[in-house]
Ligand binder design. Structure first.
Ligand code: ADP
Ligand code: MG
Length: 322
């Protein structure tokens, strides 16, 4: 994104290689000492670093400060925050009522989570949004491209064609601007998300979809003993996603399964996978459930600034509608 203030170095810093005074041998030494990511550098002590790696304290300090600046770990004025918020745009979902619930659509610079049981409409909303974001601005789109990370083999180009043609759009053009990654494991999923950053850097990616965010994590880290490890990895992954959203002013849309809560009698009897980790990091969480026929109910949960509410939308031949 342009026009961002950075206290150190104005260039975009996305990985440890981009920090000042980095060369191949320094990178190797850092990696051997366990400093592999910008986060590792941002929380490092320059004195320790210079001892361990043999850099001057001055250079080590510069690296650490640049890493912090790149990760926006310093303060910003409220005015700067507001200016950045001014750049937020919204992707229509296809349902006016669902858009209203979301304050106008799926927001850029944020992570929106759709959670709900099987066939509640998560994947359908993802497909529809992948078309909507590409529409011209006068039709409510952002004229942007899409990265779609599919973990459940449910991405269907045929469905994209159906939705696009229903709007009278050239479906082949729409398909060309969706980059699909089929994730094979949670590690692969994390890697694809990082790669999405590279694509976003030189492409006009405005929507990043992960359908589903949690399925691999859930199956690979089954059982209590692996829970902490799973949450830590998921935490880092979601953190990466938020960084992409901020850096490229794009919307991140993730889907999540629900678990039955055995101890609940009144209120919600299901909860999203991932618990607090995801709850704290997703800006908007939408709980979807089935209603009669092709109707679905969406409820906005725990939004930082939008009122909680519920609305009905439908899934049809042409995708999502009112
Ligand atoms: P999930 O929440 O499991 O991802 P989906 O988003 O895949 O669920 O939603 C599945 C629902 O969408 C099903 O009820 C199905 O009937 C409906 N659906 C899928 N494709 C079409 C279509 N081409 N026309 C009408 N309804 C469809
Ligand atoms: Mg699905």
């Amino acid at each position: 994104m342009e026009g961002e203030d950075e206290t150190e170095s104005g260039a975009e810093i996305e990985s440890i290689e981009d920090l000042p005074s980095m060369g191949p041998s320094t990178i190797k030494k850092l990696s051997e000492a366990g400093y592999k990511t910008l986060e590792d550098m941002a929380v490092a002590s320059p004195v320790l670093l210079s001892g361990e790696i043999g850099l001057s304290e001055d250079i080590a300090g510069k690296m650490v400060r640049s890493a912090r600046a790149a990760l926006k770990m310093g303060f910003q004025t409220a005015e700067e925050v507001l200016r950045k918020r001014d750049l937020v745009e919204r992707i229509p979902t296809g349902s006016k009522r669902l858009d209203d619930l979301l304050g106008g659509g799926i927001e850029t610079q944020s992570i929106t989570e759709l959670y709900g049981e099987f066939a509640s409409g998560k994947t359908q909303i993802a497909h529809h949004a992948a078309v909507m974001v590409q529409l011209p601005r006068e039709e409510g789109g952002l004229e942007g491209k899409v990265v779609y990370i599919d973990t459940e083999h449910t991405f269907r180009p045929e469905r994209i064609i159906q939705i696009a043609e229903n709007m009278g759009k050239d479906a082949s053009r729409i398909l060309r601007d969706i980059s699909v990654g089929n994730a094979k494991s949670s590690d692969h999923q994390v890697e694809l998300a990082k790669k999405a950053g590279g694509i976003a850097k030189d492409g006009n990616i405005r929507l990043l979809i992960i359908d589903s965010l949690t399925s691999f994590f859930r199956s690979e880290y089954a059982g209590r003993s692996l829970l902490a490890e799973r949450q830590q990895k998921l935490n880092r992954h979601v953190h990466d996603l938020q960084k992409l959203a901020d850096l490229h002013n794009l919307a991140v849309l993730v889907t999540n399964q629900v678990l039955a809560k055995v101890d609940v009698i009144i209120g919600d009897q299901v909860a999203p996978v991932g618990g607090n980790i995801i709850a704290h990091q997703c800006t908007h969480r939408v709980f979807l459930r089935k209603a009669k026929g092709n109707k679905r109910i969406a409820r906005l949960v725990d939004s930082p600034y939008l009122p909680e509410g519920e609305t009905v939308f439908s899934i049809g031949e042409g995708g999502i509608g009112d």
